[in-house]
Structure formats: structure tokens, C-alpha cells
Write a protein that binds this ligand. Sequence first.
Ligand code: ATP
Ligand code: MG
Length: 319
Amino acid sequence: MTLSAIKPGKIVTIGEILVDIMALERGRGFLEPLNLRGPFPGGAPAIFIAQAARLGHAAAIISCVGDDDFGWLNIERLKRGRVDVSAVRVHEDHVTASAFVRYREDGERDFLFNLKRSAAGQTEIDQPARALLAECAHFHIMGSSLFSFHLIDEVKKAIEIVKANGATVSFDPNIRKEMMDIAEMRAGLELMLQYCDIFLPSGPELVIPTEAKSEPAAIAELLELGVGCIVVKRAARGSSYYDRDRAIDCPGYKVVEADPTGAGDCFGATFVTCRRSGLPVEECLSLANAAGALAVSRQGGMEGISTLREMRALIANAS
Ligand code: ATP
Ligand code: MG
């Protein structure tokens, strides 16, 4: 089962490829010895692009990893998933990025990131990246990738290239509370909204980049700013779509939650890929909800990606 009539050109993303190392015990932070499980291949942009490729779309990522096991584990995984890694540089002097993750009792998560000084922090628009961007029909950005002024500059360079070629742009703010303290992040968020055709916030992220105090006011403000459409992710409750003419809600699918990591990334990739293949908004929302639900039902971010057949089976079982 494939998506028919996918428009020519690649979906390209830029940003961190990392390993997730997860605490097996719930609690706060990492101030004591813990049982951990990992490394799992990950990084929000990497999971996003792996999901787009899983749906059969030509897909590529611009990134940088270290010449170490964490780096090679990711490269091999992406290659197996048919993601074009021609613009993933292997850096000799920096180690692959990592994220230690621990769940709190209430389901919230604490992260400990090695990003800025990692290989991912050295990502740049070099010659292989430019070659990819020339073939790019849709460019996706994760807010989590805007963790330094250097990255913001590189992302901006890439957007200018793809916009000049007529590509569309999506942006998932993917804000982690640990990152909002980074001054660069806020500046980066505001910049991305100016270029954004599809904005993919989850719940509270909708109002953060606006002056608005309520959801409807934030939606109006963002559409006024020129954002093409807004797709709000609402965890177990599903998702909603807004553009100038329409507001559509789509309830979520019931699953047993094993690990929420990557749900938003799989959701976003599925929505974008299905829209690019010309499916109606309602069906894209439903498939994206199914992708998110399947992602939370499996442990490990990258392990959560699924096929169109699996998404359709979940939808058929629910109805
Ligand atoms: P992430 O933590 O990966 O960044 P997010 O905050 O970006 O996630 P969520 O709203 O948590 O995004 O999840 C994305 C989508 O996945 C939801 O819109 C929904 O369709 C699906 N989803 C998430 N959690 C659940 C759940 N517990 N049950 C069913 N579906 C879910
Ligand atoms: Mg997210």
C-alpha cells in the first residue's frame, strides 16, 4: 500500500541526529545512579524524516554526527529506512549528540542534552547540503534544532534557498522547557513563523510565539502573519486543523501508551507527506493521528515510525 501521486521532489529536513538514552525508573532528573536503556537512534528531525521515507516519499536530512558508535548507529538506521544521508557529515573532532530522558511520575519528561558542543552543533549548509536543497520540494524545521545562533543561521540559509526554488516549508516548534532558557530559541521561533506554510504546534506551543492569550486569538494572529495553515497536536485527544476557511477537529485513536517520544514527529511527517500526495485534510489528520498513536504504543522514538498499511489498519479497527 503506497501513497499515490506524490509530487516530485524531496522532503528535506535539517537538524540533530542523536541517541536517546532512557531511564527505566520514573522520577526527577539524573542526580543518582539509574538503570538506563539505550542508545536508541533519534533526534526529532531524524524521526520525522524516517517516517516520511517509511511512507514512500523521497526524503533526506542535513546533519552532522561524530565518527563514533552513536553516529554510525544512526547513519545505518537511516540508510536502512531509505533516508538519503548524503548531507550527513561525519565529524572527526566532535561526538554525536545525545539526550538522556527520564519520565516523571506525572508523565512529564526531563531531558539532559549534549547538543551545542556535539557534532550536531556543527551542522552546516555545505556543498552536499546545497545539492540536496536544489532537489527539495518541501523543507521541514524542528524548533529543537534552533539551539544555537549558528544553527539558526544555517537553517535560515537553507530556507532562503528552498523558498527561492518554490518549495513549501513546515515548522514544528517542538519546544522543550530546557531549551526555552537558550536565548537563541525565542529569536529562532519568531523567524521561522515568517516562512511557514504549515505550522505544527502541540497544545500550549500555539500561544507561545504570539501575543495572544487564547487559542482562537493565537490562530487568528498566526494566519494574519501569513502562516498557511496550523495543525495543533493534542496528544491522546487527537488534532485540529485551521486555515483561513476551515477549522477541522479529528479525535485521537485509543492505544496503550508505552513511550510518547517521537509521536509529534511521526504525526508531522505523516500529515506533511499525505498532504503532498494530495489527500484531503480530513484524511491527512486521521492518518497523522494514527501515526502518532502507533508511535506512543512503542518504545524508542525511531521505533515508533509506521507504514501506511499499519495506520490504515488502526483506523479500520477503530471504526
Ligand atoms: P513529542 O513529545 O513527540 O514532541 P508532541 O507534543 O509534538 O509530541 P503530541 O500531541 O504529544 O505531540 O502527539 C502527537 C500526536 O500523536 C497527537 O496529536 C495524537 O494524534 C497522537 N498521540 C499522542 N499521544 C497519544 C496517546 N496517548 N494516544 C493516542 N494518540 C496519541
Ligand atoms: Mg513535538
